[in-house]
Design a protein around this ligand. Structure first.
Ligand SMILES: Nc1ccn([C@@H]2O[C@H](COP(=O)(O)OP(=O)(O)OP(=O)(O)O)[C@@H](O)[C@H]2O)c(=O)n1
Ligand SMILES: C[C@](O)(CO)[C@H](O)COP(=O)(O)O
Length: 373
């Protein structure tokens, strides 16, 4: 069984306006047609583009077979069906190049429905009331049983080829052609986001939907403990805090910064501090923990993320953290290169219970949210 998709992109987009036909206009940094073609990658065995002769050079870089369009959409479809004949195609999907947000699940549902039906197409029920009129409402129309048609519209290949060849022409879509030839067409659930770019304002909505779709949010947590040793200060969240003890560690033992750094590595699924800065490596002996945090931040940026927010909790009886809280937030924010309002530092005691309660050491927990838009 061979499946093919015909993407019709030979129209001139007169209703959308602009310097270029709508399928060549920019949508979120790429031509509309690039998004549409990408949606079919891996979904079908073959993709054929139907292109206006003037657009040949623009479409060539896609490296897909190109068929010349006709004066009408139906004529454009017919040219591609003729071209595919004899290539062993059993199921064909016919899709508007101007519907760049079609989802894999809609494509999959149409293909699947073709196992049982000659034709299948996505649609959404009409939910708004329907009126007749112009400047005023002159009447109403029942909406029950009415659907808003989308693409891809899918068919058994031989059936739709024969139907298009016999049809007198100018059908609005391929379902109309198939039904005219006597085939029944199953309706599969459409998708509100699968809009057709028809008018200029449709681009704004499509760009907003694409932005939302691409957003990626990642969460990480970190936990660290350091024991007290003899000394007169501790480093906590980048601040030197006078204290009757010091924290023991291979580096400067900044337990808060370590927990935060691990939370960031965790969000990226890139291990923890020990993986990037092995304690067995003498070069990190006594190292400032800000080196680790800066490295984690460089990984965040390299992967295209930014910090949404971080939250660090220090668990200790003493030193008291409150007087240093603002300075700690400012220090972390400066090292990370983010606004201070994205960084929280807070503290709690463990009610004198456990190792922190006995003042044998300090524990720290951190969470971090990364966002890529
Ligand atoms: N002769 C045509 C007309 C339309 N199409 C394609 O069919 C799809 C849906 O058509 P429509 O939205 O009507 O596009 P245009 O004809 O380009 O728009 P307009 O009617 O505003 O000029 C579009 O991807 C369009 O490129 C085509 O391949 N050949
Ligand atoms: C095929 C179609 O997308 C179904 O909704 C639509 O009919 C084609 O566009 P047009 O605006 O009707 O020309």
């Amino acid at each position: 069984m061979t499946t093919a998709a015909i993407i019709v992109a030979a129209g001139r987009g007169t209703r959308a306006g602009g310097d270029l036909p709508k399928q060549w206009q920019d949508l979120a940094g790429e031509p509309v047609l690039t998004h549409t073609i990408r949606a079919f990658a891996g979904q079908v065995d073959r993709v054929v583009l139907v292109i206006h002769p003037e657009d040949h050079a623009r479409a060539a870089p896609y490296g897909l077979p190109m068929v010349e369009g006709a004066a009408t959409r139906a004529g454009s479809v017919r040219n591609a069906l003729d071209w595919l004949e004899g290539q062993g195609v059993t199921k064909v999907l016919i899709h508007d190049g101007a519907r760049p947000l079609v989802s894999a699940s809609v494509i999959g549902a149409v293909l699947q429905a073709l196992d049982r039906a000659t034709g299948a197409a996505p649609a959404l029920p009409v939910t708004d009331a329907l009126w007749r009129g112009g400047a005023t409402v002159d009447g109403t129309a029942p909406r029950e049983g009415l659907w808003r048609a989308q693409t891809p519209q899918g068919f058994r290949f031989d059936a739709i080829l024969a139907a298009h060849r016999a049809h007198p022409g100018n059908a609005a879509d391929d379902v109309e052609v198939a039904r005219w030839a006597g085939h029944s067409v199953a309706i599969v659930p459409g998708d509100e986001d699968n809009l057709k770019l028809t008018y200029a304002q449709d681009f704004t909505r499509a760009a907003r939907l694409l932005r939302g779709r691409d957003m990626d949010i990642r969460l990480g947590n970190g936990y660290d403990v350091h024991a007290f040793t003899a000394g007169d200060h501790v480093w906590l969240c980048g601040v030197k805090v006078p204290h009757g003890k010091a924290l023991l560690g291979h580096s400067d033992a900044d337990v808060g910064m370590h927990a935060l750094t691990d939370a960031i590595y965790g969000a990226l699924a890139e291990g923890d501090i020990g993986v990037h800065f092995p304690p067995s490596d003498p070069q990190w002996k006594g190292a400032e923990s800000r080196i680790f945090l800066r490295h984690a931040m460089s990984r965040v940026r390299a992967r295209g993320y930014s910090i949404a927010n971080c939250d660090v909790t220090l668990v200790c009886e003493r030193p008291k953290i409150g007087p240093h809280q603002a300075e700690m937030r400012a220090a972390l924010a400066a090292i990370m290169g983010v606004d201070m309002d994205r960084i929280s530092v807070k503290a709690t005691t463990s009610e004198r219970l456990g190792f922190t309660g006995r003042e044998e050491g300090i524990a720290a927990l951190a969470t971090c949210a990364l966002v890529r838009a």
